[in-house]
Write a protein that binds this ligand. Structure first.
Ligand SMILES: [Zn+2]
Ligand SMILES: [Zn+2]
Length: 275
């Protein structure tokens, strides 16, 4: 059993290169048994000051038709489910709740890609002295604390997202310097039945590490966290399922016995040894 619960496809994710069918085919080739397709929905982070945010998504009929054909084409070989990666749904709660309630979605990743009225961390240039950036990371973690109690997502996406882009600029920090805030965050997660994901994309980027970093995954477990998914955050066929085996190894090293699949926003716990 190997599950990749974070991937994007075209045309729904503007930054993706391949179709849903091709992503499923790529995942199957890499040995996946379960996937969830999680396209970007940035309806809650529209910011007229920075038009680089993806356009709002609302073409559910096309997405569902596409999904059904892929699900059926791979039936018996690969379990394909439909989810979404929603950018900061709690920034626009009414819309965030509307998306979460869509009957098409089994699973929602809540991801903070940008602070309120700020650009995606992807676009920032980072200061030489981390102390000048520390307040932004504190705000970022506070947003996750709010998101975790919002009822608008099932797991928190790639905690430490900016570390990926800082690394590209030769900068970085240890997320564990925010241990107190992380403990607070994970307490809120456990109380609300919200999980985290191990995102493997930055393993193959300048950062060379999982997000969140392994010490943070371990801290989540120490705080009583049990709900966890693994995702490649792939945007092309060749990356589908990439790093998932490594992510499962990290899970086990951190003391997790189960990985989660999702149906109708409910986690299904699958023993990680069953693979
Ligand atoms: Zn993301
Ligand atoms: Zn993603």
């Amino acid at each position: 059993m190997l599950s990749d619960y974070h991937m994007h496809c075209r045309p729904y994710s503007p930054d993706a290169h391949d179709t849903m069918f091709d992503m499923a085919a790529g995942a199957l080739e890499r040995g996946m048994t379960h996937i969830c397709v999680t396209n970007h929905i940035e309806n809650c982070t529209q910011n007229p000051e920075y038009p680089d945010t993806f356009l709002p998504f609302d073409d559910w009929a096309a997405l569902w038709t596409d999904y059904e054909s892929v699900r059926d084409a791979f039936a018996g070989k690969l379990d394909v489910r439909l989810g979404a990666e929603v950018g900061a749904p709690h920034y626009l709660p009414e819309e965030g709740r509307r998306i979460y309630a869509r009957p098409e979605l089994d699973f929602v990743i809540g991801s903070v890609h940008n602070l309120r009225k700020a650009r995606d961390f992807y676009f920032l240039s980072y200061p030489e002295d981390f102390e000048n950036f520390r307040p932004a990371v504190e705000l970022y973690l506070d947003e996750y604390i709010q998101l975790a109690s919002s009822g608008m997502c099932d797991v928190l996406g790639h905690i430490g997202y900016m570390q990926k882009y800082m690394a590209r600029q030769g900068k970085g920090f240890d997320m564990m310097v925010f241990e107190d805030r992380l403990r607070e965050l994970f307490k809120v997660c456990v109380e609300n039945g919200v999980g985290i994901e191990i995102n493997t994309a930055a393993l193959y980027d300048a950062l060379g590490q999982f997000l969140p970093q392994p010490e943070v995954v371990k801290l989540y477990r120490e705080c009583g966290g049990e709900i966890i998914t693994v995702g490649s955050d792939s945007h092309c066929r060749d990356d589908a399922g990439k790093g998932i085996r490594e992510g499962f190894a990290l899970l086990q090293a951190c003391g997790f016995k189960y990985v989660c699949l999702y149906k109708n926003h409910k986690p299904e716990f699958v023993h990680v040894a069953n693979r």
